[in-house]
Design a protein around this ligand. Structure first.
Ligand code: SAH
Ligand code: SF4
Length: 361
């Protein structure tokens, strides 16, 4: 009788961009090579963004050949990129090994260059206003694919001469990061590590639609990363309508988890609130938001909705936005309003990929 396929199949080689330094060290130890080789490999892969083994010129040919027997390097393929006419925003569309496409957005600022990275192809949560969830979840991204978005954008900006250091990462692209918990946590650890991409933990923000059990799990990790929670509504009826995961984890449970997180980690949560015309932008909504958050140690970030073609949601006009902000400030809430950048390049989450997939039909 034949052995089961899983036992006969050779294990896929790990991608170096998804490995931690201890894991690279293990490969080097298995090769009976000196330990310092691991640091050299990490420096090529993460520090210099090497796209092939041939580039690692301080490693001998035979060493590289043996390394390539044990691990691979499959960089993302830049499928397309577009620059905003309105500001220093560039949106990248990358092709993964299986032909799937994900998007990454570089948002320039006077002090910070923020990279918004994706964690899943599509998204299972299906928030009604969001382009990423429209076609459901295709698959989780691997650690290497998540990390490589940072490496590739850094490589590209260096190549084009606009070598802006990426010093801020927001995990707010396509996908629900906490639904791909293990890979995302590995990726942000690599992005943060000194031997990795060296971006400070407090400059890395994870955003979740509210996966309550995962918020408790994250609290246990005692990490210094920032956490954003996509609130978007203050009553269960409205929130379930626009963020369907609210049916499983209603507001009371979500707020309890968030307060536990703050207590356990001493980290302040930022609540995201996307302003949708006629849905959550009434004076009463602002008042409810004040009631819900005023006793909490937290921040609030308002996001004027970026309309998605084919979806019935709209952004409230400037006057309504200002009135909403005023009501929150009067109520004593500290808030920021996300500035509009890159609207002309479909910079909201999931939109570029959607345009691309509609085009190829
Ligand atoms: N899945 C995670 C992270 C990715 S979405 C989450 O939902 O938090 C990042 C943020 O962008 C979320 O707050 C999300 O609600 C918001 N968002 C999605 N589509 C948007 C759009 N078209 N305009 C403005 N904000 C949007
Ligand atoms: Fe998924 Fe976030 Fe979009 Fe909701 S807003 S569908 S959770 S990516």
């Amino acid at each position: 009788m034949n052995a089961p396929a899983s036992r006969t199949a050779t294990r896929a080689k790990p991608d170096l961009r998804g490995l931690t330094l201890p894991e690279i060290s293990q490969i080097v130890a298995d090769m009976n090579e000196p330990a310092y080789r691991a640091g050299q490999i990490a420096s090529w892969v993460f520090g210099k963004g090497a796209g092939s083994f041939e580039e690692m010129t301080n490693l001998s040919k035979s060493f590289r050949a043996e390394l390539s027997d044990r691990a691979c390097l499959n960089p993302l393929n830049p499928a397309r990129h577009s620059k905003s006419r309105h500001g220093p925003t560039t949106k990248y569309l990358f092709e993964l090994g299986d032909g799937q496409k994900v998007e990454t957005v570089l948002i320039g600022g006077s002090r910070r260059n923020t990279l918004c990275i994706s964690t899943q192809v599509g998204c299972a949560i299906g928030c009604r206003f969001c382009a990423s969830g429209l076609e459901g979840l295709v698959r989780n991204m691997t650690t290497a694919e998540i990390v490589d978005q940072v490496v590739q954008v850094r490589n590209q900006t260096t190549l084009t001469g606009e070598a802006r250091p990426i010093n801020n990462i927001v995990v707010m692209g396509m996908g629900e990061p906490l639904a791909n918990y293990r890979q995302v946590l590995r990726a942000v650890r690599i992005i943060n590590a000194d031997w990795g991409l060296g971006i400070g933990a407090r400059r890395i923000t994870l955003s979740t639609s509210g996966l309550v059990p995962k918020i408790y799990q994250l609290a246990e990790e005692k990490l210094q990363f920032e956490l954003s929670v996509s609130l978007h509504a203050t009553d269960d009826r409205t929130r379930t309508r626009i963020v369907p995961i609210n049916k499983r984890y209603p507001l009371k449970q979500l707020m309890k988890a968030c307060r536990h997180y703050t207590g356990a980690t001493d980290r302040i949560i930022t609540y995201e609130y996307v302003l949708l015309k006629g849905v959550n932008d009434r004076f009463q909504d602002a008042e409810n938001l004040v009631k819900l958050l005023k006793k909490d140690k937290c921040k609030l970030n308002l996001i004027p909705y970026n309309p998605v073609r084919g979806l019935p949601y709209e952004r409230p006009d400037e006057h309504r936005q200002a009135a909403f902000v005023e009501a929150l400030r009067t109520g004593g809430l500290q808030l920021t309003m996300r500035r509009e950048r890159g609207r002309d390049i479909d910079a909201a989450c999931g939109q570029l990929r959607l345009v691309e997939s509609r085009r190829s039909r």
